[in-house]
Ligand binder design. Structure first.
Ligand code: NAD
Length: 528
């Protein structure tokens, strides 16, 4: 059986330390090692303002659920206007001194942050499993991918080095890169550690400060990441965490003290953030939604395809912006269908703290949406080759969890939700097509440009595909071509709004202004 769990670095849960978290001012529960049972006493999600974990004074609190059991595990506030102002003030004040810290010192802080993130991987992963629902192995991968960005941020010396030229005799011009200021950051639910780490380490390395709003579905890692920064020696006020829904997003996108905004999430909220922030003259980067296609040519290596299907469609329960939506089988590649179906049938949805291949989806609404997408396809004549509605974990404890087993549809067409919408769950569709050219044409007409892949053993075919496809993150025999931290997340079309992409070399450009300084030491008579 192909298992996501065995393919990723798994740390035994016995190594999880049951310890009381050290956040000051408010009590937080022990690091979770098991799912919540009915009667669990919910904890209050900490905000983190000016180096302190604080409990909000808000009268409005939202429920956070354990997706494996549907039990309320936490309360997350709609941060009050005063708290949002306090966080932005703290970030603005901290910026005045933090920007003056030498780049060597900031690099040291970033290295220390990496070291502590590694040491606290289990604690972060446990919080992800508890609040977001991922399988343990996927939660570990979430943290590791984030740490790779933190490691890359340590390249700040090289990435922000000044360049200069003697432009005329005894006259030099140099460009230095200076930090931009307070950055507002808005997070999605699906990677509660990796995506904040697309921003936080680069903030530290470049001498900026930030106010971050985690997703209201899984807000708990926010304060932990801020606390780890403090432990690394990052000054108070550099990393601040506030919470809530649209009012917090509007505040971050419009407050005049904020210089730049980063957003990751769906297209509705993302377009709103881009419009609001640009209207207020802010620099913005928005990573948005997707519709991802994987193309299998007849000469593809079958084992590679099967592994690609498993990681592409089911890793992190398919709640990945690069997850496979449509698997195009070109010509004779259709003969792989029975093996694909058999492989998928072996996969098991299970609670994240138990053994399985992937966890529940994040929310009841998400589960209902995916079930409705399957029902819609079925009603319009699609074939359900593997039906996740019939393959859920058994037992009383998890009967209310947001589980859906692996699902494969075939015989789909435009007008069905499974073709027209982003799936964002453990489900994909198989479409048989005559030629690779057909798929290139189809994919290029799609509005999104997040991820595409081709499976083939032919160099010329792969070469043609990568050159002609208009999607800027392409995999060849790699179903989830998320670029390593060193390269940056290069999505295009309606999957991205802005000019400078997340992480990689463009992260340093996004977070800094170029300043040119022209100096003349000509005709100076008073030298010693
Ligand atoms: P979402 O858009 O619902 O939420 C993202 C953030 O926006 C959250 O913090 C949320 O509180 C806020 N928000 C939601 N609705 C809002 C509104 N009406 N006004 C103002 N703010 C609002 O996205 P999600 O469900 O958390 O994440 C899933 C989506 O994110 C998918 O579409 C996925 O493709 C996308 N995503 C993209 C990338 C990428 O790098 N391209 C990465 C991860 C997720």
């Amino acid at each position: 059986m192909l298992s996501i769990r065995t393919s990723l670095n798994k740390i035994p849960r016995t190594q999880l330390k049951l310890c009381v978290r050290s956040l000051s001012k408010i009590a937080l529960p022990a690091v979770p090692t098991a799912h919540a049972k009915p009667g669990f006493e919910p904890y209050f999600t900490a905000s983190y303002i000016n180096g302190q974990a604080v409990k909000s004074d808000s009268k409005e609190w939202f429920d956070v659920y354990d997706p494996a059991t549907d039990v309320v595990i936490a309360k997350v506030p709609q941060s009050t206007e005063a708290e949002m102002d306090e966080a932005i003030d703290a970030a603005e004040k901290a910026f005045q001194s933090f920007k003056k810290l030498s780049v060597i010192k900031r690099m040291e802080l970033t290295f220390k942050y990496v070291e502590l993130l590694k040491a606290k991987t289990n604690e972060l992963a446990a919080t992800i499993v508890f609040e977001q629902g991922k399988a343990w192995s996927a939660a570990i991968a979430d943290v590791y991918r984030g740490i790779q960005c933190a490691e890359h941020a340590c390249n700040v010396l090289k990435e922000t080095e000044m360049v200069g030229l003697e432009v005329s005799t005894d006259m030099e011009t140099k460009t230095v890169r200076e930090p931009i200021g307070v950055v507002g950051s808005i997070m999605p639910f699906n990677f509660p550690v990796m995506i904040p780490l697309w921003t936080i380490p680069y903030i530290i390395a470049t001498g900026n400060t930030t106010v971050i709003k985690p997703s209201e579905f899984c807000p708990g890692t926010g304060a932990l990441l801020a606390e780890i920064a403090k432990e690394a020696g990052v000054p108070d006020g550099v990393i601040n965490i506030i919470h809530g829904k649209a009012p917090t997003v509007t505040k971050l996108a419009s407050d005049p003290r904020i210089a730049a905004v980063t957003f990751v999430g769906g297209n509705n909220a993302g377009k709103y953030v881009h419009q609001t922030a640009t209207k207020h003259q802010k620099r913005v980067q928005c990573n948005l939604g997707a519709k991802n296609h994987v193309v299998v040519l007849p000469d593809a290596d079958k084992d590679a395809v099967l592994k690609g299907v498993v990681s592409g469609a089911f890793s992190s329960t398919g709640q990945v912006c690069l997850s496979t939506d449509i698997l195009f089988l070109v010509g004779e590649a259709r003969e792989m269908i029975p093996d694909i179906v058999e492989t998928v049938k072996q996969l098991k949805a299970a609670p994240g703290f138990e053994d399985g291949d992937f966890g529940p989806v994040v929310s009841k609404q998400s589960l209902e949406r995916i079930e409705a997408v399957i029902a819609d396809a079925e009603a319009k004549g699609a074939e359900v080759l593997v039906d996740g509605r019939l393959n859920k974990p058994s037992g009383e404890e998890f009967k209310n969890g947001y589980f859906i087993g692996p699902t494969v549809l075939k015989g789909v067409k435009k007008g069905m939700r499974c073709v027209d919408e982003e799936l964002f769950g453990p489900i994909f569709t198989i479409v048989e097509v005559p030629t690779m050219e057909y798929t290139i044409d189809y994919i290029n007409k799609n509005e999104f440009g997040n991820s595409v892949a081709v499976f083939t053993q032919s160099g010329p075919a792969a070469n043609k595909f990568t050159k002609e496809i208009n999607v800027n993150q392409v995999g060849v025999n790699v179903s989830v071509p998320i670029p390593h931290a060193a390269f940056g997340f290069t999505s295009n079309k309606n999957s991205f709004l802005g000019d400078l992409h997340f992480y990689g070399p463009t992260a340093f450009k996004f977070l800094t202004h170029p300043k040119t300084i022209t100096t003349s030491w000509k005709n100076m008579e008073h030298h010693p």
